[in-house]
Design a protein around this ligand. Structure first.
Ligand SMILES: N[C@@H]1[C@@H](O)[C@H](O)[C@@H](COP(=O)(O)O)O[C@@H]1O
Length: 260
């Protein structure tokens, strides 16, 4: 696990740079896209590189992490619509190249199983962007999630619904109670995971993720078992890390050839 502590704009450039490098090496790369506010700087940087540098996603594919259950197809907070607005519709993905769990499927368990199969059939995710919730959830794998879980339906915690109420006019009652989410076991199959977290509200979750014991109580800690994870955090999100000085000196001494 590599932990990089830097300013948010530098974190976004680092993640976008890793994605650009991947796509240049492998135009048909499979990306894992996350919702939430944390990846927005990365998406803006990718759009900039697309518009100014010709970075093309025309052959790439992408899988989203999660989706609310039951939000109408045209609801602005439906994650498919959010991803379309924030990244997919701003670059040149081919039609149908970006997929997400179907929160309107008539048979939710079957559509979840099909989704995992589709990711596997695409060859798996090459680079997965991840955020983290204040309670340590990744995607919508809330505390108590099986560390081996696959894509499935979950019930959101009150904490997550309260955190996400800001996207629903501040009204927690408008936040759906159920979601579909890639499981922790699904996410762990990605070749490279890039998790980004900024702000003091994430400091406890980041501390647990990096330095805590692996536990379903802090679902992101499963990433300690993954061979290639990059954790990108700003000073505030890093403020509870006991190893912060070590991570800073490691980054200062990072070989220029190394990449993420
Ligand atoms: N399902 C999403 C997660 O994928 C995201 O990581 C989390 C944090 O969001 P934010 O980045 O806005 O803090 O929010 C939601 O719960």
């Amino acid at each position: 696990m590599e932990v990089i502590i830097a300013a948010p704009d530098e974190l976004a450039r680092l993640a976008a740079g890793a994605i650009e490098k991947l796509i240049l090496a492998r135009p048909a790369a499979v990306l894992g896209l996350a919702t939430g506010s944390s990846p927005l700087g990365i998406y803006d940087e990718l759009v900039r590189r697309h518009e100014e540098g010709g970075l093309s996603f025309a052959k790439a594919r992408a899988f989203m992490l999660d989706e609310y259950v039951g939000l109408p197809a045209d609801h602005p907070e439906r994650y498919r619509n959010v991803i379309e607005k924030e990244i997919a519709g701003r670059v040149d993905f081919a039609p149908g190249a970006v997929r997400g769990p179907d929160g309107l499927a008539s048979d939710l368990p079957a559509s979840c199983a099909e989704y995992d199969d589709a990711i596997a059939a695409a060859g798996g995710v090459d680079l997965q962007i991840l955020g983290i919730g204040t309670d340590g959830h990744v995607a919508f794998n809330e505390p108590g999630s099986s560390l081996a879980s696959r894509t499935r339906i979950k019930t959101l915690t009150e904490q997550t619904r309260a955190d996400n109420a800001r996207f629903f006019g501040g009204d927690i009652d408008q936040v759906p109670q159920h979601c579909l989410t890639q499981g922790l076991g699904t996410i762990m199959r990605a070749a490279h995971i890039v998790l980004i977290a900024t702000g003091r509200a994430k400091a406890d979750a980041v501390h647990q993720l990096v330095e805590g014991p692996v536990s379903a109580m802090w679902p992101a800690t499963v990433l300690q078992h993954h061979p290639h994870v990059t954790v990108l955090v700003d000073n505030a999100a890093a403020s509870r890390l006991q190893l912060a000085d070590y991570f800073r000196s490691t980054y200062a001494a990072k070989p220029v050839w190394q990449g993420l």
